[in-house]
Write a protein that binds this ligand. Structure first.
Ligand code: BGC
Length: 411
């Protein structure tokens, strides 16, 4: 594969008149209201430095479509200058020899990037990607007006959650806004796995321990997921995550299980945490932090083994303290770069930061499976199929855990 890709790149290089060094094409899937505002900051920053930004946005939450487009373009010899990538997949791309290092832009980075994120950004000791932000995955978003109307409080446990959902349902609301796309299904499910403890999560999702995957606790996880499904409306099929968030923003639904890019949508709609909505760790997960971190990885242009000046400008722009702050203010995340002051951030982001710090100390920080941070594409894909199939059928929990353990063995 490595050789073929290089040949394709070389041919493209010969046919293609050299791409202007001061133009960069950036492939990403930041297309919702909050996301576009956030990525607009980066475009502005690089353009200020004389680099033309060629936007290559491919809609579809979690990169489902963008990553397919990326593969096609790289294999046909038209890689973007940089693409939104994350976790182990960065190493997969690097192994194919299609990434370039950006070492000359990375002075001092080792001390500025938290290790749980940093380990994915280097290949063979060289930086091939730059971190954009850190998202907390295990959030529950609650419409405050509905919460007050039914006299509820943010739930700490599953029994409390179901009692609250019952009240919302009885008051005529959709209790849970859900988007029935595979990655959203898995994010909901992985949050329930985490509610059984960070150690349990790690054993099941990171270590793929067969006993844990087929344990009674895992059966309970599927039972809880089944029960949550009884609080959806009828429109979940294929619904985008931001449309589900909109249901909570508009007071049609009481709650949504989603990462904090949902906060970018609340912010865009002028909503204030604590007043209009609540961000609460999902039931049973207050002491844990499930993370996702976007990065931009740099693709070799015209077969070159060195980064273009435009790519280096982009790498430095992403790591700059101003960008790290402003992007996350719009996006709902927290900066990936260590040491950015949190005073301009809202209470949810401050809590995300504080909880992340304590989870690092307590060893309760875990990578998200749904977001490609925990497993290779093959394993994550096989596990996703199991969870999605369960959520869109009447399969029983005991057979689902058996299927899950089998899926974990695909590697
Ligand atoms: C990305 C986020 C993005 C979300 C929804 C995730 O895969 O990491 O940056 O906001 O998808 O599109």
């Amino acid at each position: 594969m490595k050789r073929n890709v290089w040949i394709a790149l070389a041919v493209a290089g010969a046919l293609n008149t050299a791409q202007a060094a001061d133009q960069i094409e950036v492939l990403h899937w930041w297309t919702s209201g909050g996301e576009s505002k956030a990525v607009g900051v980066l475009k502005q920053d690089v353009e200020k430095q004389g680099v033309t930004w060629k936007d290559f946005a491919v809609a579809g939450g979690s990169g489902t479509n963008a990553l397919t487009v990326l593969k096609t373009n790289v294999v046909s010899g038209h890689p973007p200058s940089a693409a939104q990538l994350k976790g182990p997949s960065i190493h997969d791309w690097a192994e194919q020899g299609v990434l370039v290092d950006i070492d000359s832009a990375t002075q001092g980075w080792d001390k500025l990037i938290p290790p749980q994120v940093g380990k994915f950004l280097k290949y063979d000791g060289h930086y091939v990607a730059v971190p954009v932000e850190i998202h907390r995955m295990n959030w529950l978003w609650i419409n405050k007006e509905i919460l007050d109307k039914v006299g509820g409080a943010a739930p700490n446990t599953w029994p409390e959650f179901f009692a609250l959902a019952d009240k919302m349902k009885a008051a005529g609301y959709t209790a849970v806004a859900h988007g029935g796309q595979p990655w959203q299904d898995v994010n909901l499910w992985e949050g329930v796995v985490l509610s059984q403890g960070a150690d349990f999560y790690r054993k099941a999702i990171v270590e793929l321990d067969p006993k844990t995957l087929t344990s009674d606790k895992m059966v309970q996880v599927f039972d809880i997921v089944r029960k949550i499904g009884s609080y959806y409306d009828n429109g979940t099929t294929g619904r985008d995550w931001n449309l589900a968030t909109m249901m909570v923003i508009n007071g049609k639904a009481g709650m949504q299980f989603m990462a904090d890019w949902a906060k970018g949508e609340f912010a865009r709609a002028g909503k204030v945490p604590g007043k209009d909505y609540i961000c609460a760790p999902r039931p049973g997960t207050a002491g844990s932090y499930m993370f996702n971190s976007d990065s931009l990885a740099f693709f070799s242009q015209n077969g070159s083994k060195t980064a273009t000046p435009g790519q280096l400008v982009l790498a430095k722009a992403v790591m700059s303290p101003d960008f790290q702050e402003q992007f996350s203010l719009y996006k709902g995340s927290i900066p990936a770069r260590i040491g950015i002051p949190m005073d301009k951030f809202d209470d949810c982001a401050k809590r995300s930061y504080a909880d992340e710090q304590s989870a690092i100390k307590a060893n309760t920080i875990v990578p998200s499976l749904a977001q490609g941070m925990a497993q290779t594409e093959a394993v994550a894909g096989a596990m996703t199929d199991v969870v999605t199939k369960f959520m869109h059928s009447q399969q029983d929990s005991k057979s689902a855990v058996q299927a899950l353990a089998a899926a974990a063995k695909v590697n």
